[in-house]
Design a protein around this ligand. Structure first.
Ligand SMILES: Cc1ncc(COP(=O)(O)O)c(C=O)c1O
Length: 380
């Protein structure tokens, strides 16, 4: 029987042809395909700038840098995210703090965010909500928090590319929006990411940061140019560039983004319809515009969690659990002293959560196999 995992890429012959075209060309990095891919990302989201990075994690690091974040600052994010969201804050020398989730959205609870900001004090540099699973949470409350504290609003939209918030595309509700193009995401470049922004200064800093902190733009020089070869390193940056090969794949995948998201929505609707009414199984929050990166269900009786996971694996269905709350990871516990019980909603979610297979290449028959398997579980 075909093994179904919770997510996977879909590469077609057009994607492969685009990669081969770049391989036969003059540029392997920082050439016209990077520009074309960035243009296509920016146009899709309706923002002025898209700056690509070598991963979604590097994109987050870039966004933190561009915000001006440094040692002594802190940033608030959700306890329920991938470790990269808060790790990127630590990379700058700043401190992440965490807010519990709202169980009705599985995204950061703005009231909890206010509470932890209030009890922390100091210089809040960024508010970083995450559109968990692709859910387009209401941004207004986070905008208000960021404005009140004069902080930068950064959406980690790694789960939400191609989704919609209030009738527009995800990508321009925050000051910066970060994306990931990992193979399980809506489009892939194998590894890769991007930051979207309307702000010229953030875009300038992002471009500099991903290229060792250097610039070749004469209008930015602080020294008198030594000659036409002149370039300046003005900040400590990194090599976070995304190659032409990766961007060729991304540009080709962008042609099918709408199709990919539409198919994810169809599979989600199938699950919501077919799994409704199973006693003991709670289905995920729904909202118009959801991008359905993950389809997360909850096993109400947490004692069955491990058994359910193993049962599905025995039936060649590989689930995942997204995520162990980040502040309870050993590194965070040791560094910041977090302990079990600090984030009751995220912790409860973690004890019950399973991510079911959802990816555009899945057929309805694949999805029905998952449904039948779940129905046949010994629910009690
Ligand atoms: C919410 C979130 N943020 C950041 C990342 C990091 O992206 P990448 O794996 O491309 O570095 C991921 C990817 O797994 C993610 O799910």
């Amino acid at each position: 029987m075909k093994t179904l995992s919770y997510g996977r890429q879909w590469i077609n012959d057009d994607d492969i042809a685009e990669i081969v075209r770049v391989l036969k060309g003059d540029w392997l990095t920082m050439g016209p395909t990077v520009d074309a891919f960035e243009k296509s990302l920016a146009e899709y989201a309706g923002v002025k700038h898209a700056v690509t990075f070598s991963s979604g994690t590097a994109a987050l690091h870039g966004a933190m840098f561009a915000s001006g974040m440094r040692e002594g600052d802190y940033a608030v994010t959700t306890a329920l995210t991938f470790v990269a969201t808060s790790n990127s804050v630590i990379y700058t020398g700043a401190t992440p703090i965490f807010a519990d989730i709202d169980p009705s959205t599985l995204c950061m609870n703005p009231n909890e965010a206010e509470k932890v900001i209030h009890s922390h004090g100091g210089n809040l540099k960024a508010v970083i909500p995450v559109s968990f699973a692709g859910y387009p949470f209401d941004m207004a409350a986070f905008r208000a928090i960021a404005d009140k504290h004069n902080a930068v609003l950064i959406e980690d939209a790694s789960h939400a590319w191609g989704g919609d918030r209030e009738n527009h595309k995800i990508g321009h509700d925050a000051d910066m929006t970060t994306l990931s193009f990992h193979p399980v995401k809506h489009i892939t470049t194998a590894e890769g990411g991007a930051v979207l922004t309307d702000n010229d200064e953030y875009a300038r800093r992002l471009r500099m940061f991903r290229n060792h902190g250097t610039t070749r733009n004469p209008s930015e020089f602080v020294d008198t140019p030594d000659g036409p070869w002149h370039s300046e390193m003005q900040e400590l940056g990194y090599n976070y560039r995304l190659s032409e090969i990766h961007c060729a794949l991304g540009l080709s995948q962008m042609k099918r983004l709408d199709e990919f998201v539409a198919r994810r929505r169809e599979i989600a609707q199938l699950y919501l319809r077919e799994l409704a009414g199973i006693e003991g199984l709670t289905l995920p929050p729904e909202k118009n515009g959801h991008a359905w990166h993950l389809f997360v269900a909850r096993i109400d009786n947490a004692e069955l969690h491990g058994e359910f996971f193993a049962y599905m694996r025995d039936n060649d269905i590989r689930l995942q659990v997204h995520y162990r709350p980040v502040p309870l990871q050993p590194y965070y516990r040791n560094k910041y002293g977090y302990k079990a019980g600090d984030f009751p909603e995220a912790e409860r979610y973690y004890r019950e959560a399973v991510s079911l297979p959802i990816f555009p290449l899945m057929t309805d028959d694949d999805a029905m196999r998952v449904v039948d398997c779940i129905k046949n579980f010994a629910w009690r």
